[in-house]
Design a protein around this ligand. Sequence first.
Ligand code: ADP
Length: 271
Amino acid sequence: MPATDPNAVPVTSGADPSAPVLKFEDVLKKFGDHTVLDGLNFSVGKGERVTLIGPSGSGKTTILRLVMTLEHLTGGFIYLDGEPLTHEMRGGKRVERKKKDVARLTTKIGMVFQQFNLFPNMSVLENLTEAPIHVLGKSRAEAEERARELLDHVGLGDKVDEHPTRLSGGQQQRVAIARALAMDPEVLLLDEVTSALDPELVGEVLNVLRTIAETTDITMLLVTHEMQFAQEVSHRVLMFDQGHIIEDKPPAQMFSNPENERTQAFLKAVL
Ligand code: ADP
């Protein structure tokens, strides 16, 4: 990518890989007898934007869902800010953490899904204020002020009273991004957030994400098939294959000079 690319997000954020916000330690995930992740180890530093790429079925979405505690961790540990997320060692044994500890930690994580997952029976504004009021205990006035600010930020300040079903897919996804940010998360998980959109709506969502990457130091872990976008916004790209990281590099190197044969074949097929 030329240095003059107008869409490029300069890698100038406060990324600090030496202070991991997320750490995966010997992570094992099975669905029944099917082992999806087998002894996975990697960290994401504070402010880092890390993109997971790789063939379909290699376990990328499962990683995000494990962080969001939407899947049960079969083995190993995930740490958030140095604290074990769902499991910890106690008395020499690996045990589950208390629900209230897990719930406290998950408020620090925001996730945006492929299918938006907005609450269809609530207005756009209510979608953004529901969790800040009921989970964080914010006052309605405070939650609404922040929600309006975020909706302006994603270009939807005029849609506060609209119902999500009346919005385009791109607009719904921008609401979903604003909703995740309304919890002021430390980590934002983005799971193929443009995959369900008509091609002409992809750009507006990616532009919103570019702006967030440019204007905040929020840590991001993303799965995307938008390789150009991954190249622009990521500090690191991890190539997955069959539940293992087979290459971990800054995007310029990953995309121009992949070393692993399977990375080369994958990129050849998708670029
Ligand atoms: P990717 O995001 O890389 O496409 P996924 O994490 O979605 O991969 O899936 C990894 C593997 O786990 C696939 O083989 C998939 O079929 C399997 N898998 C994912 N979710 C479930 C589930 N709820 N039940 C059973 N198997 C699952």
